[in-house]
Design a protein around this ligand. Sequence first.
Ligand code: GLC
Length: 448
Amino acid sequence: MSSSSRNRVRTVTTALGATAFLLAVTACSSSSGGSGSTGGALPSASGPAKGTITWFANQFGPTGTDVRKTLIAAFEKANPGITVNLEQAPSDTDAYRSTLTTQISGGSSSFDVYNGDVVWPAQFGKAGLALPLDSYLPSSFWQTFSPGLVNGLKYQGQTMAVPLFTDNSFLFYRKDLLAKAHLPVPTTWEQLQSEAAQLQKQGLVKYGFAAQFASYEGLTCDWTEFDADAGGQIVDSGATKSEINSAASLKALNYMRGLISSGVAPAAVTTFQEQQSEQLFTSGQDAFLRNWTYAYADSNSPASSKIAGNVGITNLPTFAGQTGPGYSVTGGWNLYVNPHSKNLAADIAFVKWMASPDAQKIIAVQGGEIPTVASVLADPSVQSANPAFPVAAKNKLVTRPSDVAAYAQVSQSVYSNINAALSGSTSPSSALSAADKAIGTAIGGGGL
Ligand code: GLC
C-alpha cells in the first residue's frame, strides 16, 4: 500500500514549544496491508518532553574528537528533563542500512532517533522505517534549511527526516609535492593523472591518486561524479530508464580503470572505502585524494596525519574540454525517528534542537561538517572556521537518483559492476551493459 493511500486524520497540532507540545492522532487506517510499520495511525506525542532516549549514530567529524558527545552535552544542558544515550552505529552506510532495516522492521524500539544517509528517504518512506515528521514540526521549521535540502527528504509528499549535515566532495592535494615539482593544482582529470605520474616518477610519492572504489555506496558516489564530468548519468531525469550504457559513461570508466592500470592508483583502491583512501593519503603515500569535507581537518591534524600543514583543498577536476570545476555528489546525513519509539515528545525535541543554530554551529566549527541551516552556513565566523566551506560554495553538485524507492538496488547495480571493471574481472563495456540491465530491472521492479 502506498503511503498516500493511507487514511489518516490528524486532529490537533500545536506549535512546538521548547520542552513540550501536544499532538493527537485519532484516526487509523487498515494497517494490515501496509508494507511499512507506519501504515497505521501516526503515534501520539502528547505530554512533556522528558525522560531518556537513545540516539543510534555513526561517528562523524574529524578523527580524535567525538562531536556527538559534545552535541549531547549541549542538548541536555538546554533540555534538563531529557537524557540522551549514544549507541554506536556501523560506519559503512550499506551495513548500517541493513542493520536498521532488520531492527526496525522487526519492531525494535531499542533506539529512538537515528542518523541516516541522505539517500534513504524514499526507501525508508516506502518501507515504513521512519516516522513522517510533518505533523510534529511546524512549516516554519523546514524553511531554515539550505535550498533543495527539504525536497530530498520527501517520500510521496511526506517529510521523512531532519537534515543534520551536508557532505560535499573535494580534491585534496599535497601542496609541498606540487611546489617541489613546480606543478600547478590540476583542473582536469587528464592533468591530474599526468602530474601524479610525474610525481611518482620523480620518486616524490608512491601513489598518485586514491578514492573510494570498493564495491559499496561510496563507489556510486565517485562514479556519479566521474560519469557526470564525462557528460553521462545513471538514469534519465524522470528516473524511468537506465542511461548508463553510454559513450560518456564508457569514457569515465576507461579513465578510472586507467588510473589503476597505469599504477597511479594502487590496485588495492578497488577495496578502499573512505577510511582506507584517507589513510593512504595521511600516511604520506599518496599525492591526490577524493574525499568528503572532514578529510581536510583529518589530513591537517598532526594527531591523525603525517602530512599536516601540507594539504590543500580545491574543487574536483573535470575532463578536458568540459567547463570546470568537476562535479561533487551531494552527500550527508539526516536524523530519522524510529516509528516504534516510545518517547516521541523527547525525540522531536532532540531532532528540533539539532537543527538549531547552537547545534549546527557545533557541527560546523567543531565537527568540520557543512551545516544544513542556511543562516549558520552563511555566518562569517563559520565560513572562516574551515577552509572547506568557501570551496564548497563553488562546488558544482550532482545528486544520486535516490528519489527512486528502488535506489538501493540501482546503486548496487552501479557499484558492483563498476567495481568489477575496475578490478579487471570484466571489461568496461561489459560492466556497463550488465549495469544497464540490472538498473532497468531495479527500476521496473519498484524496489525494496
Ligand atoms: C558519506 C556521504 C553519504 C554517502 C556515503 C558513501 O557518508 O555523506 O551520503 O552515501 O559517504 O560512503
